[in-house]
Design a protein around this ligand. Structure first.
Ligand code: GTP
Length: 188
């Protein structure tokens, strides 16, 4: 397999967080995206960060920062498309910047169980987590058309491409994501 790139999705608007850049919020004194970076880095060959503001702060991590080609906050699929266009290998594995306790083997589990699918994503016992996804760059052209049509639904797109969910049985706390100030207080 060619180089596997991990991509931290940190390009959202954070409306439920009052418009703050969620990836830079401090959890135990460390920016949220750094928690993800620490857990993702050992699982992949390269890490890139998908961000649309505070680029210089994300660059301090030493990772390449990719900005969305579509500029009006197209949602996670916009970050996924921009990343698929620049990764050096065939596959990228994605993770939201707001999920600081991702399993240390989720990439391994996705790789082991993907079969021939061009895209797989995590589901836990409770729900789907489509921003924890392993995606082949062959879907990039179809994704560009999907976004040009104004469509934004991640699971729908991945399913149309022949993708499927893979269930991981880790404790639900591994998949907890932080969307609101209350969520942040709960994990502090
Ligand atoms: N590159 C990129 N990433 C995004 C975009 N929108 C969301 N994301 C990322 O995708 C993940 C899930 O995003 P959400 O929590 O649904 O959206 P959000 O904009 O961060 O927050 P809300 O505005 O409160 O929904 C987060 O890691 C976001 O940073 C976008 O337009 N571009």
């Amino acid at each position: 397999m060619s180089a596997l790139t991990g991509v931290i999705l940190a390009g959202g608007q954070g409306r439920r967080m009052g418009g703050q850049d969620k990836g830079l919020l401090l959890l135990n004194g460390i920016p949220l995206y750094q928690h993800v970076l620490q857990r993702l880095e050992p699982q992949v060959d390269i890490v890139m960060i998908s961000a649309n503001r505070n680029i210089d702060r994300y660059q301090l991590s030493g990772c390449q920062v990719i900005q969305d080609a579509i500029t009006d906050y197209p949602g996670p699929l916009g970050g996924i498309l921009s990343a698929l266009k620049v990764i050096p290998g065939d596959w990228a594995v994605f993770c939201s910047c707001d999920t600081p306790a991702i399993p240390l083997d989720y990439v391994h589990q996705l790789l082991q169980q993907k079969g021939d699918a061009p895209a797989v994503w995590v589901c836990s016992r409770e729900r789907d987590h489509p921003t924890l996804a392993l995606i082949h760059r062959c879907v990039a052209d179809a994704l560009e058309i999907y976004l040009q049509q104004g469509q934004r639904r991640l699971i729908q797109f991945l399913t149309e491409q022949g993708g499927h969910a893979i269930q991981l049985n880790d404790d639900e706390s591994a998949f907890r994501n932080i969307n609101t100030p209350e969520d942040l207080l709960k994990v502090l």
